[in-house]
Write a protein that binds this ligand. Structure first.
Ligand code: PMV
Length: 346
């Protein structure tokens, strides 16, 4: 599709959030954002972050407008630090104006940092005149937020932890595009009165590494579980996938809950959703759905489209859910508008 050329120094990029089926939780190198384990996620449709970046030598400092609001504090600091890396790569000292909008609630536990930093990586590099391969873009996005490395790609994505100390082998790669399994549905239960995150994920996960007695055994068990989940996706084997996704989510929650001080992201409503899915699977005599959640209270329920309305009806009976959204595997990140018609980065 033809892309509209924009003025030099300016570019716009769209990226979608993702939900991890195998979680990233804990970094072996917090400066370079290198994780202990590989992770696997589904990029979602319907939701996106759209970010425009404009480098301007006349600007005194970076500016960050999020959902129409001039934003300072920590979010601006993270954007500034990220742009410093892009400036270093591009050999420029210009400050930038960043405008970002989410078509879903920001910081609602719907992974706005994943789509946010993937979109910032795509827009800022294109605006600076850099042409990065998708793999290099994923590596760069990782430095803003680990899960952002996966949002560069659509469909089913694996972020390989790598082994190298400099992180050159630590990036995400697409396993299958969204068309691989369109019958797979993610019903997101938006939970009312979800508490604001007290500790940022990057800090919380390092506290798990340092204090949870179960962390070591988690790291030992993830590779096998990841292989099972990767195979179940490739064979479109729903019962096997749902069983393994529940096991992985429970393991992730266990290391959070055994962290000192404990990390408890769920509300009674979130827990009621988990119980409903366990009941449904028990009644059906096989796994017909899986639940998973990130470091937040909302719960993603995976099922097949043929079972989706039955499962939605059961979830409608859970008190405290404010909305049920039905999502599917979604698209790659994409450059919407590049500077002066320069070639696309992907
Ligand atoms: O990428 P971060 O720093 O927002 O951490 C993401 C952590 C989880 O969402 C809990 C797991 C994951 O792999 O997305």
């Amino acid at each position: 599709m033809a892309r509209k050329p924009g003025p030099p120094g300016r570019a716009t990029y769209d990226a979608a959030p993702n939900i991890a089926l195998v979680k990233y939780w804990g970094m072996r190198d917090p400066v370079l954002g290198l994780p202990y384990n590989s992770s696997l996620s589904v990029t979602l449709d319907r939701f996106r972050t759209r970010t425009s970046v404009r480098f301007d030598p006349e600007l005194v400092s970076d500016r960050f407008v999020l959902n129409g609001i001039d934003t300072g504090g920590r979010p601006l600091e993270s954007v500034h630090r990220f742009l410093d890396r892009v400036r270093e790569m591009a050999g420029t000292r210009s400050a930038a104006e960043v405008e970002s909008t989410n078509n879903f609630p920001t910081a609602s536990g719907l992974a706005s940092s994943a789509s946010g930093f993937a979109a910032l990586a795509g827009a800022s590099t294109a605006a600076a005149g850099l042409e990065l391969s998708p793999r290099a873009l994923s590596r760069l996005a990782r430095l803003g937020s680990g899960s952002a490395s996966r949002s560069v790609f659509g469909g089913f994505v694996e972020w390989q932890a790598g082994r190298a100390a400099d992180g050159h082998d630590c990036y995400a790669r697409p396993l299958h595009g969204p068309e691989h399994w369109p019958e797979l549905v993610d019903i997101v239960a938006i939970v009312g009165r979800a508490p604001e995150k007290e500790v940022r994920s990057t800090e919380a996960m390092q506290s798990t590494v340092a204090t949870s007695p179960d962390y070591r055994s988690r790291i030992d068990s993830v590779p096998d579980r990841l292989a099972t989940i990767r195979r179940a996706i490739s064979q479109r084997n729903a019962p096997r996938l749902f069983h393994a996704v529940i096991e992985e989510c429970d393991d992730f929650r266990r290391v959070c809950e055994t962290t000192v001080p404990t990390l408890d992201y769920l509300t009674p409503t979130s827990r009621a959703v988990l119980a409903t899915i366990r009941e449904l699977n028990c009644e059906s005599g096989r796994p017909v759905a899986a639940y998973t959640h990130d470091a937040g209270a909302h719960v993603h329920v995976f099922t097949l489209s043929k079972d989706a309305s039955r499962i939605r009806r059961r979830l409608e009976d859970v008190a405290g859910i404010t909305r049920l959204l039905t999502l599917h595997p979604g698209p790659d990140g994409r450059l919407v508008r590049g500077p002066g018609g320069a070639p696309a980065t992907r």
